[in-house]
Design a protein around this ligand. Structure first.
Ligand SMILES: [Zn+2]
Ligand SMILES: [Zn+2]
Length: 353
């Protein structure tokens, strides 16, 4: 190209084109003259380079301002000289514009120590196990690092070697004309290293499945949905990374009479109608055992008596919940002669007023 065309003309946009106008136009041109479609086609190649160069300048505010004021000479003078750049630079902004369109930027990053995955396990607890806390011995099938090869998968005494296909990079670049597409290396699956001589214990996996016993302390006060985390008891890490955690997800059985509300317990209690009328003592079953409780004279149906601190320990360590007694008044279904006579006398005195 002896005479450089105007960049706005190349991209077929107005001089006040917005960044998204530029991007749209550049994208269209690149699709029209895709360098990989006509390898060796000098004209398509030139068109593509021209568009890439125009886009490189106009998408950069500073270069665009220089170009607007001083044209192509201005850019050469400022040292920006876009035409002299290699294709690496052209491709450096390529992925910004096309993103996933061509699968650019693919290839998993290899190497580096990675923490193992967390391992979740569900555990059923009895109601009182949750109240008192407990210790559970869990049998957990999980992958553990193979000892003979220390997790490398290579036969003890040997080492994994750099992958020959990707030269240890974990990714391979397919050149198609001017377009380069990077993908995960199929030989090493992105690891960058391959095992020539496999460990016979694990067959090259670096791990083996094992059912291990893990002891887990379950604190008092847990409820359904509570999670207990046991650090470093999950899946093994890779590349020397630490293992993940074991996460014990709890499900607590319901109780026929004690209903939980966080750290509080609610329970109904039948109280004889004479006791609520006269006042007196009753025995209340709490999760911690029986409690003697005073019932006030004149207590009504559904009145609530609160027993402070007789619920469950709060998981945040701030004391205990309460036990709420919901009063149900027990009225006799049958009266003997004497009871009837006494109640008739009571009624004659005005009854429950
Ligand atoms: Zn490879
Ligand atoms: Zn092994």
């Amino acid at each position: 190209m002896s005479q450089k065309r105007d960049y706005y003309e190349v991209l077929a946009v107005a001089r006040d084109a917005s960044p998204s106008d530029l991007q749209r136009s550049y994208r269209q041109l690149a699709m029209k003259y895709p360098p990989d479609r006509n390898p060796g086609d000098k004209d398509a190649e030139d068109r593509f380079k021209e568009a890439a160069e125009a886009y490189e300048v106009l998408s950069d505010d500073q270069k665009r301002a220089t170009y607007d004021r001083h044209g192509h000479e201005g850019l050469s003078a400022s040292g920006a000289n876009p035409g002299a750049r290699g294709f690496d630079d052209i491709f450096s902004h390529f992925s910004d514009v096309f993103g996933d369109l061509f699968g650019m930027g693919g290839g998993r990053r290899r190497g580096g120590a990675q923490k193992g995955q967390d391992l979740g396990i569900e555990v059923e607890l009895g109601f009182f196990e949750a109240v008192k806390g407990t210790r559970k011995s869990l049998e957990i099938p999980r992958d553990v690092t193979c000892e003979p090869c220390s997790g490398s998968g290579a036969r003890p005494g040997s080492q994994p070697v750099n992958c020959t296909m990707c030269d240890g990079r974990g990714a391979v670049v397919h050149a198609q004309g001017l377009l380069r597409i990077q993908t995960t290396c199929p030989q090493c699956r992105g690891q960058g290293r391959v095992i020539r001589d496999r460990c016979t214990t694990c067959g090259g996996q670096g791990t083996r499945r094992e059912v291990s016993k893990v002891e887990v302390n379950i604190p008092a006060g847990v409820d359904s949905g509570s999670r207990v985390r046991k650090p470093r008891e999950g899946m093994p890490g890779t590349g020397g990374g630490p293992p993940g955690d074991l996460i014990v997800m709890l499900h607590v059985a319901e109780h026929p009479t004690f209903k939980r509300e966080d750290a509080h317990i609610h329970a109904a209690l039948e109280v004889d109608f004479t006791t609520v009328a006269l006042g007196g003592h009753v025995t209340v079953e709490t999760v911690h055992g029986p409690e003697k409780v005073h019932v006030e004279s004149g207590t009504q149906q559904d009145d609530v008596i609160r027993l402070r601190g007789k619920g469950l320990p709060r998981l945040d360590g701030h004391g205990q919940g309460d036990h709420y007694v919901h009063v149900r008044i027990a009225v006799p279904r049958k009266l003997n002669k004497k009871q009837r006579k006494l109640l008739e006398e009571f009624a004659a005195e005005g009854g429950a007023e």
